[in-house]
Design a protein around this ligand. Sequence first.
Ligand code: ADP
Ligand code: MG
Length: 593
Amino acid sequence: MSKETAATTTQVSDKTLTEATTWENFKRLMSYAKPYKVGFIAAILGMLGYAGVDTLFFSQLQPLIDEGLSGANPNFMKWAPLFVIVCFIVRGICHFVGNYCLAWVGNNVVADIRQNLFEHIMSLPVAFHDKESTGSLISKLTFDTEQVLQATSKALITLIQQGAFVLGLLIVMFYKSWELSAIFLLITPIIAVIVTIVSKRFRSVSKSIQSAMGQVTSAAEQTFNAHKVVLTCDGQEREYKRFNQINKHNRQQRMKLVATSSASVPIIQIIASFALAFVLYVANLESMKATLTPGIFITVITCMTMLLRPLKQLTTVNSEFQNGMAASVSIFRVLDEAKEKDSGVIHITKAKGSLAFNNVSFSYKNDKDLALKNISFEVNPGETTAFVGRSGSGKSTASSLLLRFYDATSGEVLIDGKDITQYKLQELRKQFAYVSQQVVLFNDTLANNIAYGNPNATEEEIRAAAKSAHVLEFAEKMPDGLNTNVGENGALLSGGQRQRVAIARALLCDAPFLILDEATSALDTESERHIQDALQILQQNRTCIVIAHRLSTIESADNIIVMDQGEIIEQGDHKSLLEKEGAYAQLHRFQFS
Ligand code: ADP
Ligand code: MG
């Protein structure tokens, strides 16, 4: 259900972006090139110079034949060798300047967009990350930005350089013989029509390639991540088949693009050959023979032939350009997603530690499906509140609201008596140390993983935290101790070891609030008892929210909240809840029988 709504909203915004405005997208892309204006202008001058020299070269064809080679003007042949060398030196310099400067601008623009996109993705709300797959985001960051580079450089270089060359050749042709050249103009509209049809097709196909490529990465990534699940559930065949389908779809889209581009070039050339044939026919007419010198005839024919190549390139450049535009649309779509709301103005350095939920309701999907219903409770500074209840009852959701991963749909969450939306977001989150059921570790050393929340921590502090959280115990058995690399997402550690690293990280954070969301769920009872004292240290002088499925760990909590289907059904301390003989007592009996 949520996937479906996400897909339709994506489509709608996609549509408005592409249809409204290829031009506006292009302008937006060019705005990234603004800081590199000087390089851009140099590149354009280089390209124009290159085309100019080429045009000049061909304009000298007619005097070469009619004056030089015929011997009418001996001076011409004297200067011709020098002219050739100077032309090619200038042309070479222009070529270098044009290419180099454009690459400089293009690579800078891509690096900027990539950085921009990376930072923007990190600042998007958690809800965005819930619905978007990591694979497609990575593909945007790598593949799509690369496509944009092709658009900014390859398309522009062809467009400006070849465009200017075409213009130059046309001027030379018309100057030498407008009658012959006019024939050329006759076929231009036909070519234009074909180009429009082809470019429309390109745009739709290259857009589907983008999403097909995203599907390939995200399908592969998902399966690789679930490698062990696939093995144990004997899912290889199914995964092969599924991937095969996506792979095939991607191939088909690419072949469609190839088919369009391969067909468009010969069609345009065939049409051009008709024009050439017609010129030959007209040149033979009696009325033309009078004004045509061999030089003029060769110049016009040469210019027409020379026009074919740049014209061909100008048609393929459109596909590059459309590719790039499709890619930039997919990037802009992410850049246009609203960032996390941070309208808070109140500074908070270290909270006193009181916390309250006031009639809080919350829904993930903005509908009636409430994950939390009218939750109210209070926690005084230094107290520990425990949440218990079946899985799916909304315990983790409540802790997510505290960290403002999501905002309450109605009601308010208070810290030190003020609504948390009034605090500056970054400072608010600094008030929390959070150990969740899914430990996330970086592909880095144990020490750096522990110090992630407090990069300025000294080695002794890290060691002390590692000792309290019983990380040292296993770290000392490793080859490099705390400097051992833990592998991607801590692959070299057991579940329990990872949780201990996470607890050490929280210890080092030294925040006034502590959230333990089933922080010890991956530990066996023995190890759990073992680090219970570490947790006890962690809980001292802090306001704590402890979510636990093992009731033995929360008996000493000041307040125990029993949740069911998003609602609080009981609250009180261990003793009073047992006496009440309600849901908690039942859970307790169940676990200890
Ligand atoms: P608990 O931590 O008590 O096991 P949760 O707070 O994780 O429960 O989940 C409460 C309810 O919210 C569940 O019905 C779950 O399906 C739903 N839920 C949790 N996370 C999300 C999410 N990111 N998007 C949509 N629904 C979610
Ligand atoms: Mg949970």
